[in-house]
Design a protein around this ligand. Structure first.
Ligand code: IVH
Length: 691
């Protein structure tokens, strides 16, 4: 077999296994075998660059991050759906449909529908040319969206080339669906963000939307987004919706599998009731059921209003809310010292699980809602995931209930709490606070960091209780004997306490893991140190850019900021951490313990050049059209520029969107250049072309 044939064969195999894994969740081979196929293909393509094509599975994440997203027009308007919130509203919809389809004043008794789960994500439109993906666009306002092709390509459930076994895809066609984040990926991602001291996302939909707005496809690939498709826009679409879904599936596109043909309203209502409960067991969020007339001819007869098709409706599941007793308000101390209040509730079954704790966000929020201990409170499971307290039921407040006060000292170590100016979060600044140490050590040993299996919450607690460790470096002086002798107490279901020895076998395993962790890649150590704002990705970038811990420690703030993808906040946080003598001592002790402190030269790629906007400071004000303000800020920071909150003489230019207020006026007063959105996009484009 010549290289061209083998390359084709490998691509076919890889596409097949990607479908088995990411679309059908039913892999046929082990991850390692899949990786071996991928490696072989990469090797062959490197040796035969002329044979590389855009639809090769190796090309999912190509090139570099985008400067911004282009606005693109949709071939056909992306309509939204009318909503129904009750059985009556659904029956009214069915009546309208049947009356709309009456012939010679004879209203049909029932209409064939298709019911699908409504995926709680964000809509996406993909264009395929001769079966190969050429464009991915967000919905935007329905007429114009954003070109997110490179991000869409990074989603592994989306095939870069469609299968043509049964029917070849049309020369040019569009498929529409929903990009979403599974609950599992959402939880993993939030855990990582929490570990890195970054704000967490409220629900999978926000997380998916936030991820799709990111300009770096490599990050999209790592977050594990997925997608389901439910619409085909083409001249040659099948005559019914059910057949369309089957066709999309046969082309290898992911289609949510629980859709059902339903004849008439009663069958629809049965589907809606069934999934009102069953949806909780799914690995993705669904906020309702979408009901569509099955026949394309009937759809055409019904037509659309200016906003919605008359042949479809979204039934929205009610967000489950219940009242329960708020027993106590306690505070939790996180790894970064953030002290946040949470509610201890009288346990209550809500939206599929028992809730006994709920977030109260922050002290300000709590005071605003005037939530007090002893209150009966209304609890909601937002997005069916994170329970939150909505507010008190005032009519049921006990007469002696007192407003809650944030403690002024840390509940674990007693140090005074501080609230940095402009922030809502209170912090314990004591670097040796046991609560912070506990979370810090758990993070250091976590799978995503130093990956020390067996060193989890309970062992860390025992080590801290026994004063056997007080920082990360102490982990490396532990002996198997010390670990083996540790005992923990647990309470059996019958109330009896039992003592458990950690034991020789467990101890040997953990010690072996600790030993192995010394040879980890440098980025794992940088991430494990738990420097604020440094997530996995940031740690990888720093390790790559500086190549060794020594170089990183010697880096000036400007060197850090000049690094591609490192913004001013992260740079400052890293510099501050490294300037702290205690932290420098810790790094020295880790080095003495034998941890790897370098990136081997062969694993290092060339360091990125300083950003083209280095030394420039911008202010962004007003509403932008083509991108969110966050995307604009991100684009500037990525190119090495800074973004300030207020206009001063140091401002390079002010970027002004619609309805800009005083900042634009101040810029005019100070004679500072003003860029409208078009000017800003041109600037980004020019840089894109130059780079
Ligand atoms: S059909 C013209 N089907 O819900 C019909 N939409 O609230 C267009 N959605 O904009 C949509 N799951 O983003 C359809 N199975 C499904 C869906 C679905 C989620 C989203 C979609 C739409 C929004 C309307």
């Amino acid at each position: 077999m010549n290289p061209a044939e083998r390359i084709e064969e490998l691509r076919r195999l890889i596409r097949h296994h990607e479908e088995r894994y990411y679309v059908l969740a039913d892999p046929e081979i082990a991850d390692a075998e899949f990786d071996a196929l991928m490696k072989e293909l990469e090797r062959l393509e490197t040796g035969n660059p002329a044979l590389i094509t855009d639809d090769s599975p190796t090309r999912r994440v190509g090139g570099r991050a985008e400067a911004h997203f282009e606005a693109v027009d949709h071939a056909q308007v992306m309509l939204s759906l009318d909503n129904a919130y009750s059985e009556e509203e659904l029956r009214a919809f069915d009546d309208r449909v049947r009356r709309g389809l009456a012939e010679n004043s004879v209203v049909p008794a029932s209409v064939p529908y298709v019911a699908e789960l409504k995926i709680d994500g964000l809509s996406i439109a993909l264009t395929f040319e001769n079966g190969v993906i050429v464009r991915g666009a967000t919905r935007g306002d329905g007429v114009r969206g954003e070109d997110v092709t490179s991000n869409v390509r990074a989603i592994r459930a989306i095939p870069l080339r469609l299968k043509a076994d049964e029917l070849a895809p049309q020369a040019r066609m569009e498929v529409r669906g929903e990009v979403y984040l599974s609950r599992k990926s959402f939880e993993r991602m939030n855990q990582e963000r929490e570990d890195a001291g970054e704000p967490i996302f409220q629900n999978p939909r926000n997380a998916a939307a936030g991820t799709m707005r990111n300009l770096d496809p490599a990050l999209v690939a790592r977050r594990g987004l997925s997608a389901f498709f439910y619409q085909l826009v083409s001249d040659a679409a099948p005559g019914s919706h059910g057949e369309t879904l089957e066709q999309l599936r046969a082309w290898g596109l992911p289609v949510e599998q629980h859709w059902q043909r339903c004849e008439g309203i009663e069958a629809l209502l049965a589907f809606v009731h069934e999934w009102g409960e069953k949806r909780r067991a799914l690995d993705f969020d669904t906020d309702g059921v979408v009901i569509k007339v099955d026949s394309v001819a009937q759809r055409a007869a019904l037509g659309t209003t200016s906003k919605f098709p008359r042949w479809a409706i979204a039934f929205k599941f009610p967000a489950e809310q219940k009242t329960t007793l708020l027993r106590k308000i306690e505070v939790n101390v996180g790894r970064t010292g953030a002290v946040t209040p949470f509610a201890v509730l009288e346990p209550i079954f809500i939206a599929g699980s028992t809730v006994s704790m709920a977030t109260l966000h922050n002290a300000d929020d709590l005071a605003r809602k005037d939530i007090r201990e002893g209150d009966t409170v209304l609890v909601e499971k937002a997005g069916d995931v994170i329970p939150r307290v909505i507010g008190p039921v005032l009519s049921r407040r006990p007469p002696d209930a007192q407003p809650w006060q944030m403690p002024d000292t840390c509940p674990r170590c007693g140090a005074a709490l501080h609230r940095p100016e402009g922030e809502v979060v209170w912090r314990c600044e004591n670097t040796s606070c046991p609560a912070k140490l506990q979370r810090g050590l758990e993070h250091f040993a976590a799978r995503s960091a130093m990956n020390i299996e067996g060193l989890g919450e309970s062992l860390v607690a025992q080590l801290l209780d026994g004063r056997l460790v007080k920082d990360y470096a102490d982990i490396y002086s532990l002996s198997a004997d010390t670990l083996a002798g540790l005992t923990s107490v647990s309470v059996r279901t019958d109330g009896k306490e039992i003592q458990r020895r950690f034991g020789e076998k467990n101890a040997a395993k953990v010690i072996a893991q600790i030993e192995r962790s010394k040879t980890n890649e440098l980025w794992r150590l940088i991430y494990g140190l738990g420097i604020r704002h440094v997530g996995e990705r940031g740690a990888q970038v720093l390790a790559q850019a500086f190549g060794s811990m020594d170089a990183l420690m010697a880096a000036k703030i400007d060197d850090l900021q000049d690094t591609h993808e490192i913004g001013p906040v992260l740079a400052e946080s890293v510099r501050n951490w490294l300037d702290e003598p205690r932290n420098r001592g810790l790094v020295d002790r880790l080095r003495d313990a034998g941890l790897r402190m370098e990136v081997p030269p062969e694993e290092r790629i060339a360091r990125a050049a300083p950003g083209p906007l280095k030394g420039r400071t911008y202010v962004v004000t007003g509403t932008l059209d083509a991108m969110t303000r966050e995307a604009a800020v991100e684009a500037i920071e990525r190119l090495g520029g800074k973004v300030a909150g207020s206009v001063s003489k140091k401002t390079t230019a002010v970027i002004v969107g619609a309805d800009a207020g005083t900042k634009a006026a101040k810029a005019r007063d100070l004679g500072i250049p003003i860029l409208d959105e078009t000017g800003f996009l041109e600037l980004l484009n020019d840089i894109g072309r130059a780079g």
